[in-house]
Design a protein around this ligand. Structure first.
Ligand SMILES: [Fe+2]
Length: 130
């Protein structure tokens, strides 16, 4: 039996600035308003539906993105240009560093709502390049 199950969309409770922060930093087209949401679609057809949670307490979540080498350079470059804090680890102990897990590059940073974002160039569990 074969089944196809793909994550299609999720709601990101966030401050008003989060969608623009995300599209600017990741170099994506501006978010599309859809009802109460600001929709951003990433390359694997997953939509992040940013919902304005200004005035609400946002439970921070973790969102990780697998990106190409040139996208990593561009996004990480914007992180540095903006002077955003970044870490090599999710516990935020290794400030100002990136990691080299699975032979790639990875880094953690926060969006304006405090969500912990991560970009990686190799998926978790990847074989080390031979
Ligand atoms: Fe992660």
């Amino acid at each position: 039996m074969s089944m196809t199950i793909k994550l299609n969309h999720t709601i990101v409770h966030s401050g008003r600035a989060a969608a623009k922060f995300f599209t600017d930093l990741f170099g994506l087209p501006a978010a599309r308003p859809f009802g109460p949401f600001l929709d951003v679609e990433v390359s694997n057809e997953v939509t992040l539906a940013f919902m304005d949670a200004d005035g609400m307490e946002v439970q921070t979540q973790h969102y990780a993105f697998l990106v190409g080498e040139s996208e990593f350079d561009a996004i990480f470059g914007r992180i540095q240009t903006r002077g955003l804090a970044y870490w090599a680890d999710p516990g935020k102990h290794q400030k100002g560093q990136i990691n080299r897990h699975y032979g790639g590059r990875g880094v953690y940073f926060e969006d304006p709502s405090g969500h912990l974002l991560e970009i990686i160039t190799r998926p978790y569990g990847s074989e080390l390049p031979g």
